[in-house]
Design a protein around this ligand. Structure first.
Ligand code: UT7
Length: 328
């Protein structure tokens, strides 16, 4: 079928950064009533990275940004915009994105943050796609960067063993496409949120309430109950919008929160686990950073290659969830 030529937002580079400190499950067992066996069996997590005291979210993001620029083989002066997805900014404002912009020596273009918690990177991709397709920007870097270790209640064993710190970045560029599913770039997007579930996963502090950063609170079972069904549905919706079937997928790159959720979603989509990029055992849940980290690791491992059909999906606080279908 002949389609009209379109502009596609094509990935031209990826990069990631993980802080040096690796914390194995055993470290929690020393101070909390928990065990490596419980954490691995319930979540699949074996270890996570924690940022050093003097390492803020913008530092992690800038490292990932430099890696992505280097992998793309481009210099910062050719970027038009930077979007950072984060729920753990250095400061209330300015945005982490403008801090990264300064760190990279970029004095042109524009930069801003998006906040959709664990679905933040999906929302960031959607923003970049819109800017590129509208002609507002040609090259956009989307970064997911988090220091969730800063909002952990270390006495709450049901949350503090699950999260980690890190950053990942992708660079998207507007390129002409034929307008069919063989095009490289973002083919479809599905975004959702439902604020009725705001109490299932939240941080109990903030600027206009307590004046503190607060601590993460999660009804794990409640979030789990929504996750597999909503993730499979959003991936199916995005595939349908693109005019594709799940059987066309080369790689699912899911939000890395829980191996049981990742397996359950793949099963619901009828896909075997050898089509899934899994980093949760090594990274834990890094919220908005988890997908770009997994994309970058998948590329570095030689798994994700140009021309592959990639579906990425996430759910988190809000609840907010969504999926993006793209040809690498
Ligand atoms: O990134 C945003 C999206 N977030 C998610 O997707 C997270 C979704 N939820 C989950 O991944 C899972 O619900 C958890 C991993 C958080 C928990 O797994 P679960 O199988 O739902 O366990 P549970 O919360 O029902 O807890 C089972 C038991 C409880 O004890 P009782 O009440 O049965 O006696 C907990 O108190 O495990 C206990 N427990 C622990 N035991 C040892 C909770 N945390 C721990 C722990 N170590 N760290």
């Amino acid at each position: 079928m002949t389609q009209n030529p379109v502009t596609r937002a094509v990935v031209i580079g990826t990069g990631h950064y993980l802080p040096a400190r690796v914390v194995p499950n055993a470290e929690f067992a020393a101070t909390l009533d928990t065990s490596d066996e419980w954490i691995v069996s319930r979540s699949g997590i074996e270890r996570r990275h924690f940022a050093a005291e003097d390492e803020a979210t913008s530092h992690l993001a800038a490292h990932a940004a430099r890696a992505a620029l280097s992998q793309a083989g481009i210099t910062v002066d050719t970027l038009d915009a930077i979007i950072v997805a984060t729920s753990t900014p250095d400061l209330t404002f300015p945005s982490v994105a403008t801090m990264v912009q300064a760190e990279l020596g970029m004095t042109h273009g524009f930069a801003f943050d998006v906040q959709a918690v664990c679905a933040g990177f999906i929302y960031g991709l959607a923003n970049a796609h819109a800017l590129i397709v509208a002609g507002t920007a040609r090259r956009v870097m989307v970064i997911g960067a988090e220091t969730f270790s800063r909002i952990m209640d270390w006495s709450d064993r049901s949350t503090c063993v699950l999260f980690g710190d890190g950053a990942g970045a992708v660079i998207l560029e507007g390129q002409p496409g034929a307008g069919d599913t063989g095009d490289r770039g973002i083919l479809s997007i599905d975004l959702n949120s439902d604020g009725r579930y705001k109490d299932a996963l939240f941080v109990d502090g903030g600027v206009s309430t307590t004046g503190t950063a607060g601590y993460l609170r999660m009804q794990g079972k409640e979030v789990f109950r929504h996750a597999i069904e909503k993730l499979a549905k959003t991936a199916e919706n995005a595939l349908q919008k693109a005019g594709l079937e799940a059987s066309a997928i080369d790689w699912i790159v899911p939000h890395q929160a829980n191996l049981r959720i990742i397996k359950g979603t793949a099963q619901k989509l009828g896909l075997s686990m050898d089509k899934v990029i899994v980093t949760v055992p090594d990274h834990g849940n890094t919220s908005a950073a988890s997908i770009p980290l997994a994309l970058s690791v998948g590329v570095a491992q030689g798994k994700i290659k140009p021309g592959d059909l990639v579906v990425t999906e996430a759910i988190g606080g809000g609840l907010a969830w969504g999926a993006v279908v793209l040809r690498w």
